[in-house]
Design a protein around this ligand. Structure first.
Ligand code: ADP
Ligand code: MG
Length: 229
């Protein structure tokens, strides 16, 4: 039984009289603790599929199942809890809060968690995660003084500080140069392995595919290639 499966997912948008099929029946099984890359031309439906899988928008048809629970038939509140506890998100830009230091960005996450930890445990967790992404030395820095790569490493730390089982990333390296992109991908790869996090990542950068264990290529809302490395 796989941790996360996408079955016959369809998405249709209606513009007045015109119906546009954006996803035309997608089937994907994500290998646990591995990186699945979603690739394909711009407009092929990658972000739509990622956001549906992550429970950020609904499918028109089909099923998403996570640990044998059907996300697609869940009540909104139930889905929100799974998203908050079990899923982490990274986007193209880090979207850090400008007036908070690096460690404050992370304490904000822990303070607003469903089950808040004691202050002392929070401190310990923050240190551990910042050491993991090699940013402990920058703990008191504000976002304005961080490089793009450093900001994205904080975004990775923020995405996994609550120990999610799933990590959803939409073009996480698109705002970085190739050296920083590789650093961020090496970090994501290490986390997937060490913490057994299942990653679904959109990228159209061929160099980033070398970090993937499983590559799905999309074209016009369909899968044209599904390859396990
Ligand atoms: N909310 C929406 N309403 C209408 N069309 C949308 C919406 N979201 C995405 N689309 C369309 O769906 C297609 C796929 O978009 P997207 O999933 O963002 O592609 P990709 O991430 O592969 O570039 C595009 O043609 C886009 O215009
Ligand atoms: Mg996209």
């Amino acid at each position: 039984m796989s941790l996360f499966t996408i079955k016959n997912v369809q998405k249709t948008f209606t513009h007045g009289e015109v119906k546009e099929e954006i996803l035309k029946g997608i089937d994907v099984t994500l290998p646990e603790g591995k990186i699945t890359a979603l690739t394909g031309a711009s407009g092929s439906g990658k972000s739509t599929l990622l956001t549906i899988a992550a429970g950020l928008q609904t499918a028109s048809d089909g099923q998403i199942s996570f640990e044998q629970q059907q996300l697609t038939s869940m009540r909104r509140e139930e889905l929100r809890q799974i998203r908050a506890k079990q899923f982490g998100f990274i986007f193209q830009f880090a979207h850090l809060v400008p007036f908070l230091t690096v460690q404050e960005q992370l304490s904000l996450m822990l303070e607003t968690a469903e089950t808040p930890l004691s202050k002392q445990t929070q401190k310990k967790e923050i240190r551990e995660i910042l050491e993991l992404v090699d940013m402990w030395k920058r703990k008191d820095a504000y976002p304005a003084s961080l490089s793009g790569g450093e900001k994205q490493r904080i975004a990775v730390a923020r995405a996994i500080i609550h120990s999610p089982k799933m990590l959803f990333a939409d073009e996480p390296t698109a705002s970085l140069d190739s050296k920083r992109s590789k650093e961020v991908m090496t970090l994501i790869q290490r986390l997937a392995k060490e913490r057994n996090i299942t990653v679904l990542m959109v990228t159209h950068d061929m160099d980033m595919l070398t970090f993937a264990d499983h590559i799905i290529e999309m074209q016009d809302g369909k899968i044209v290639q599904d390859k396990t490395i």
